[in-house]
Design a protein around this ligand. Structure first.
Ligand SMILES: Nc1ncnc2c1ncn2[C@@H]1O[C@H](COP(=O)(O)OP(=O)(O)O)[C@@H](O)[C@H]1O
Ligand SMILES: [Mg+2]
Length: 186
């Protein structure tokens, strides 16, 4: 009888960090990746900015292009997580319907999909303004900024809501790790 292949590894998961620009998505994703590395877990950060420079290079910011961008990243995340990687996805993903679509792909392959709302309010995000987007909008140089004059549909029942405006990043990342551990995913 041939031996049954066995694996003592943890299942993968997609951890989608949704929120406004400058809410703290990328920072929390990187901090969480570091915690997972310490535990010997393999993770990959699919950062929205990097994906826009690569996978979605030709896409703009129309509703249709935003949807396509999130769908593409969602497909990649699903493939990674289905194969045992923890995919951390700091991507705005403004439309609830599209986030639900990506979730449904994960359900089809019985792969965990965690939706985390990085919930700093727009006033705090505009104050942080990591990439200067809010200032450029204020100066009339850009339009269609998510949460200002383009829609952002907050998750109604996320797996976790992080108050990234009232706590340090270490605490936010620890909360993500705790959630993964509770769900048997880390
Ligand atoms: N709890 C927190 N979580 C994440 N970022 C925080 C937190 N508190 C303060 N910050 C700061 O807010 C900024 C968030 O920037 P970034 O992670 O690039 O946002 P996003 O990826 O959502 O656009 C960083 O300068 C970060 O240091
Ligand atoms: Mg970011």
């Amino acid at each position: 009888m041939s031996p049954t292949p066995s694996c003592n590894c943890f299942p993968g998961a997609t951890v989608w960090l949704t929120g406004l620009p400058s809410a703290g998505k990328s920072t929390i994703a990187q901090a969480t990746a570091a915690l997972l590395r310490q535990r010997g877990r393999r993770s990959e950060v699919l950062d929205g900015d990097e994906m826009r420079r690569t996978l979605s290079l030709e896409l703009g910011y129309s509703p249709r292009d935003r949807q396509r961008n999130v769908e593409r990243i969602g497909r990649v995340a699903e493939v990674l997580s289905r194969n045992g990687i923890t995919a951390l996805v700091p991507v705005i993903a403004p439309y609830a319907r599209v986030r639900d679509l990506v979730r449904s792909w994960h359900e089809k392959s019985d792969t965990a999909f965690l939706e985390i709302h990085v919930a700093a309010p727009v006033e705090v995000c505009a104050e942080r303004d990591v990439k200067g987007l809010y200032a450029r909008h204020e100066a009339g140089e850009i339009s269609g900024l998510t949460g200002v004059d383009a829609p952002y549909e907050k998750p109604i029942a996320p797996d976790l809501r992080i108050r990234s405006h009232t706590e340090p990043v270490e605490r936010s990342a620890a909360a993500v790790l705790k959630l993964l551990i509770e769900r048997g995913l880390a």
